[in-house]
Design a protein around this ligand. Structure first.
Ligand code: IYR
Length: 222
């Protein structure tokens, strides 16, 4: 059994209660401006900004710290075209055959359909893969734990980072997403979690008039 090695916590920085209140209000108000956007500009974004966002995502807590994720950053036009084509094929079936009426009704306020031009327009698509097991150098399988929870947390941190960077994103989940393994050549132990579309919003971007639940609706203090 590996023995744990401990060292002093030197990265924690305490702030005064006044600073705490102020800092979190500033962050809250900034985060509350975040909107999911579906119209993207083709304006380029520096790759290092995407790398910084992914370093933040990769710092997320995970089951047994096994970091069961892999991010494929797509900027190549031909790969984006292939992804759009495959996603639109699945989405056509979703909207016209697979989705029950109830699901389509739930989606109606968002105004989504099977057309996904942003998959080609946006400068970056980040395919987030969940890894169900890792492989040691000699090919032995190592099971990962709490994979969905870990990848969900990392993706949330990624979405926040993209927002703080001054960009917008869209969490896109074409279903099924198996085509991403094929196009991006990812191994069988990885399953696509979602596709995050990242970039600047189009100048004429619009967002649906929808709202978030109130604090009262989402919190119970005991
Ligand atoms: N994957 C489809 C449908 C869709 C499903 C949910 I749940 C959404 O919140 C949004 C869309 C699409 O991307 O259009």
């Amino acid at each position: 059994m590996t023995r744990p090695v401990f060292r002093p916590l030197t990265t924690y920085r305490e702030v005064s209660v006044d600073e705490m209140k102020c800092q979190i209000r500033v962050f809250r108000d900034d985060m509350l401006r975040r909107r999911t956007v579906r119209q993207f500009s083709c304006r380029p974004v520096p790759r290092e900004v995407i790398e910084d966002c992914l370093q933040i995502a990769g710092s997320a807590p995970s089951g047994a710290n096994l970091q069961p994720w892999h991010f494929v950053v797509i900027s190549d036009l031909e790969v984006k075209r292939q992804i759009r084509e495959a996603a639109e094929k699945e989405e056509y079936l979703f909207y016209h055959e697979r989705a029950p009426k109830e699901w389509l009704e739930a989606l109606a306020p968002l105004g989504t359909d099977e057309l996904k031009p942003y998959l080609e327009a946006a400068p970056y698509l980040i395919a987030v893969f969940a890894r169900y097991y890792g492989l040691t150098p000699n090919g032995r399988k190592v099971k990962n734990y709490y994979v969905m929870e870990s990848v969900g947390i990392a993706t949330g941190m990624l979405i926040s980072a993209v927002h703080v960077a001054g960009l917008v994103s869209l969490t896109h989940t074409p279903s099924p997403m198996g085509f991403l393994n094929r196009i991006l050549d990812r191994p069988a132990q990885e399953k696509a979690f979602l596709l995050l579309v990242v970039g600047y919003p189009a100048e004429d971007a619009v967002v649906p008039e929808i709202s978030k639940k109130s604090l009262k609706e989402i919190i119970t203090f005991v």
